[in-house]
Design a protein around this ligand. Structure first.
Ligand code: UDP
Length: 382
């Protein structure tokens, strides 16, 4: 099967890292077309996946954009659509992995007659998108997509509630290779020494720095924890949220936590850094569509505490394979951290159970098999 994958981002966010695993089995026959250059292109190349940057002109529509900017961006995307049409004619399927890829892919599919698959990595609700963006996305999907792969039941439900077609939508979780999350104990000791956190109870947060990812909630919670608790924040502002980064630094300063919060920036050694943590916190204040870091923490056999909303609720059973807390509530989060320190809960039992369960449930081979099956059903129907 020959698939033209489309993704708008040059940066490796969650949707792109998920795509990387999906594309691998198609490496000999397929192409990834990107609408921006950057580290994601390099990552694909390192993995021997054919990739082409189709434009380097940023498409100026954001999740909050209205009708005017949508129309204004048309001039930019028309040449891109024609480029995609030309390429798509050599492929069996167009696989749009992001919203701008959906816009371009829909019209290219209409013109070329090549069927369109959309991988939905978002909760299509007004909490995350403008009314215009929602309407455009739902209309394009309903009209042009033969198949929607939703990354969680939460994403599927929001899509249907917003008017999306239920009968073409299938939930497939992100896949992970469990062996990538086994880290040598010597490596853990080295990193702990380098970060000067040897005697600390370390709570890790792994996400781009963005207000809705809620790093500020964890910092507030830290202010309610004993002195031997340190937070590591792994991730950077990927989409221009520099003001939020400044606010986080100010918050740390005003709470006097400068020695207990470490900003590590964007890193590509996530399993190693997770392995030095005693607990991983996931603190999104709006429903998370899936939450890759939750599964990654489980695979590293680390207890995870997550905000009880969206896809996180499908991944974590409170007290069984992790902990759930009310979103936006630093007291509850601090309580879980303190319970873990005090030994009130058996964190190693919970973490080991989580690892075993996640290794099966999110196994990349099984997930890829499911996706390939769905794609075949589209190709053979057309
Ligand atoms: N991540 C990373 N480096 C960082 C921070 C995060 O590689 O410095 C990865 C993280 O391990 C996860 C992904 O980025 O695989 C984020 O996915 P998630 O579903 O948690 O959030 P999204 O970015 O899709 O909103």
């Amino acid at each position: 099967m020959k698939v033209l994958f489309l993704d708008q981002s040059g940066k490796p966010g969650g949707a792109e890292l998920c795509l990387l695993d999906i594309v691998k089995p198609f490496a000999n026959t397929s192409l990834v077309g990107l609408f921006a250059d950057g580290d994601f292109r390099k990552l694909l190349e390192i993995n021997h996946i054919p990739v082409e940057v189709l434009t380097t002109q940023a498409i100026k529509v954001s999740k909050e954009s209205g009708l005017f900017s949508a129309f204004a961006s048309l001039g930019q995307i028309v040449p891109l659509i024609y480029q995609v049409v030309k390429i798509a004619r050599k492929y069996d399927l167009i696989y749009a992995n992001t919203q701008k890829a959906l816009v371009v892919g829909s019209l290219a599919s209409f013109i070329s007659g090549v069927p369109l698959v959309y991988h939905l990595h978002d909760i299509l609700s007004l909490e995350h998108f403008s009314k215009t963006n929602l309407r455009v996305a739902i209309t394009l999907i309903n009209k042009f997509a033969s198949l929607v792969i939703a990354n969680s039941q939460a994403s599927k439900t929001a899509f249907i509630q917003a008017g999306g077609k239920a009968d073409i939508t299938h939930v497939v979780y992100n896949g992970f290779a469990p062996e990538n999350y086994q880290v040598d104990e010597i490596e853990v000791i080295k990193i702990r020494e380098a970060l000067e956190i040897n005697d600390q109870f370390v709570v890790g947060h792994f996400s781009r720095l963005s207000p809705w990812k809620g790093q500020h909630i964890l910092i507030d919670a830290l202010g309610r924890c004993p002195e031997n608790v340190t937070v590591i924040l792994v991730g950077d502002a990927l989409f221009g949220e520099d003001e939020y980064v400044k606010q986080l630094h100010q918050q740390v300063k005003s709470l006097g936590l400068e020695n207990r919060v470490k900003f590590l920036g964007f890193r590509d050694d996530i399993p190693e850094l997770m392995s030095v943590c005693n607990l991983v916190a996931h603190t999104s204040i709006a429903p998370e569509p899936f939450g890759r870091v939750i599964v990654e923490a489980m695979l590293c056999a680390k207890p995870v505490v997550a905000a009880k909303a969206g896809g996180a609720v499908e991944l974590v059973e409170d007290g069984i394979n992790g902990f759930l807390v009310t979103p936006n509530n630093c007291q509850e989060l601090a309580q879980v951290i303190n319970n873990c320190i005090d030994g009130k809960v058996n964190i190693s039992e919970i973490a080991n159970h989580a690892r075993m369960n996640a290794s099966h449930r999110f196994n990349v081979d099984f997930i890829n098999y499911k996706i390939q099956d769905l794609l075949k059903s589209v190709v053979f129907k057309n």
